[in-house]
Design a protein around this ligand. Structure first.
Ligand SMILES: [Zn+2]
Length: 95
């Protein structure tokens, strides 16, 4: 799945303004720096049924979130806020 603004695949998308815009529109949230600000990212997590976090060998964070009635989605990234942003978009899209 590619970003509608810059065309980069979600699993490689950097923490950036267009990722924040994409996420805000999918979740119908006020625009915030979700991909770089951990407090804003946790507000995204609150939109979902439940969440789990793991640390990968090498330093990446893996985030799992559950969409009620659908199932679990995951994404990993060098920062927790970016991993949350990536997984939330995947969960909203059901991919
Ligand atoms: Zn983008």
């Amino acid at each position: 799945m590619n970003c509608p603004h810059c065309g980069v695949d979600i699993d490689n998308h950097p923490a950036s303004h267009c990722l924040n815009v994409w996420l805000a529109s999918l979740l119908d949230m006020r625009l915030n720096d979700f991909s770089r600000n951990i407090a804003a990212a946790w507000e995204v997590v609150d939109k979902f049924q439940s969440a789990d976090i793991e640390r990968e060998f090498g330093g990446n964070t893996i985030i799992f979130i559950e969409v009620a009635g659908i199932g679990w989605f995951s994404a990993h990234a060098p920062s927790t806020s970016l991993a949350i942003s990536r997984v939330a978009i995947k969960a909203c899209k059901g991919e």
